[in-house]
Write a protein that binds this ligand. Structure first.
Ligand SMILES: [Zn+2]
Length: 471
């Protein structure tokens, strides 16, 4: 079950991005909408201003305080752990304390990989500690560890060209420099099996980040069926550069790696918070983020911020006594980092009801200064969304990567219109999946601005007289 699932999700964001960096298009203003619809959208200006102002004036500050307390109280929330389940209970109770009782959960089985011990050192040409961070769910080394010569390789193309006898018994160090996450993450997700096919005994991968202060970055990786599973871990940019230079200088590099972990499955829950629609309760505008995180840092940025601003949408609309025509549903996905497991379970369970999802949104690429939306949908849908965005200028940028969000990608592929939050996230991958993902990365005003935009935009879509048209 898990293997099939993992294969299904090999193309998504946050966990395993294949987000081509070249196809992003910006939309021109060539939309022709029904003038009545344009007028209707313009008529929301007062209510969107009201929502934004109320959030910025005080409600957003309370939300940010609750966000900070949540992150500090629970810290990292890996899939399958008790702390993740306690953090879910906390959000359920917080929802109810805000006067919104319509909160439910859907249970599912999730991966539970726990790193026990990880260490590495360079033995030749000199003794040096090597910081590593295993990729989940890496297998363990033998108890005594692995001592082997290292070979530094730039790319899969280079790996293909090297004779298996030159890889046999060695530790392959993948040293691909960061281009974009989608371009570079394949060395993390697929490197171990590709190297194992040529007889490598372990892989170390240059962290998927453009910047480092000696910080390894973890993430998910996927073993191919019928290929020997070898231990695989991230190393820092500094050590990848060092080993590259040593190899170019003709030095023989010998490494020692010791890794141990456990892997089983546990129960977890997707959490669903509804503000029921007054006219079409069956129709949904979904806003979402994932509540789980990696086991390093605090999971403040990935995806505590996105989860919190999404959770806050039905909560704050309810506090403001705004009742949209359609249901506004916040979903706190579980086990996203383990491979979009929560989102896949929700999709499977609600497959017959996808036609009722008017729009599905996700924030999982940072809650820095908001810029607009990455939207996937029909031309007419894009025109409507663009018209709504006009009243949020300067937060009115619109892009179409084709793959908005992480969890929601699997819905978009089924034809559901989807949008993710565009924000000034140039530094996102500096901290992503590392000990650096803490509250220090967040800025209160930016998070509040994201939250205000997210809530007001969702409200308009949920209240429009027309559904978001599909292709
Ligand atoms: Zn994420």
């Amino acid at each position: 079950m898990m293997d099939i699932l993992l294969k299904l999700i090999i193309v998504s964001l946050c966990v395993v991005v294949v987000k081509p960096s070249v196809i992003i298009q910006r939309y021109d203003d060539d939309c022709v909408l029904d003038p009545e619809l344009v007028e209707e959208i313009a008529s929301y200006q007062n209510v969107t201003k009201y929502i934004v102002n109320e959030i910025k004036a005080g409600l957003g500050h309370t939300m940010y305080q609750e966000y900070t307390e949540f992150i500090d109280k629970f810290g990292a929330r890996p899939s399958g752990t008790d702390v993740l389940e306690r953090s879910i209970d906390h959000m359920i109770n917080l929802t109810k304390s805000k006067g919104l009782a319509d909160v439910t959960t859907e249970e599912l089985e999730v991966p539970h990989w726990v790193r026990i011990h990880e260490s590495a050192s360079m033995i030749q040409p000199h003794l040096k500690n090597i910081a590593i961070l295993g990729f989940g769910p890496s297998v363990s080394t033998p108890p005594e560890g692995i001592t082997a010569q290292a070979i530094v390789i730039n790319s899969f193309e280079e790996l293909d060209k090297i004779n298996a006898k030159d890889i046999q018994g060695k530790i392959v160090v993948f040293d691909a420099h960061f281009i974009s996450y989608g371009d570079t993450v394949v060395y993390r997700t697929q490197g171990a099996s590709k190297a194992a096919k040529k007889g490598a005994v372990a892989t170390l991968v240059r962290s998927i980040t453009p910047f480092s202060i000696y910080s390894p970055h973890t993430g998910a990786q996927y073993y191919e069926d019928n290929v020997t599973k070898i231990p695989t871990a991230a190393i820092t940019l500094e050590d990848a550069d060092l080993m590259r230079r040593l190899q170019d200088e003709g030095e023989k590099i010998v490494l020692h790696i010791n890794m141990s972990s456990t892997f089983d499955t546990k129960k977890s829950r997707n959490t669903i918070v509804d503000l029921k629609g007054t006219v079409h309760p069956e129709k949904l505008v979904i806003v979402s983020g994932h509540i789980d995180s990696w086991d390093v840092g605090q999971g403040a940025m990935d995806d505590g911020g996105g989860m919190m601003i999404s959770w806050f949408v039905p909560v704050v609309l309810n506090l403001l006594k705004l009742k949209p025509k359609r249901t506004v549903r916040a979903i706190l996905w579980t086990a996203e980092e383990a491979g979009l497991v929560g989102a896949q379970a929700y999709l499977n369970k609600h497959m017959d009801d996808l036609h009722n999802i008017n729009l599905i949104m996700e924030s999982d690429e940072g809650t820095f200064k908001p810029l607009g939306l990455d939207f996937a949908g029909s031309k007419k849908a894009r025109c409507i969304v663009q018209e709504v965005l006009k009243q949020f200028a300067p937060i009115n940028k619109m892009e179409n990567s084709g793959y908005p969000g992480s969890d929601i990608v699997i819905f978009v592929r089924k034809g559901v219109p989807g949008a993710s939050l565009l924000n000034q996230n140039e530094k996102y991958y500096w901290f992503h999946h590392s000990e650096g993902d803490t509250m220090n990365v967040q800025n209160i005003n930016d998070v509040i601005d994201c939250s205000a935009f997210w809530a007001a935009f969702s409200y308009v879509i949920a209240n429009l007289s027309v559904d978001i048209p599909r292709t």
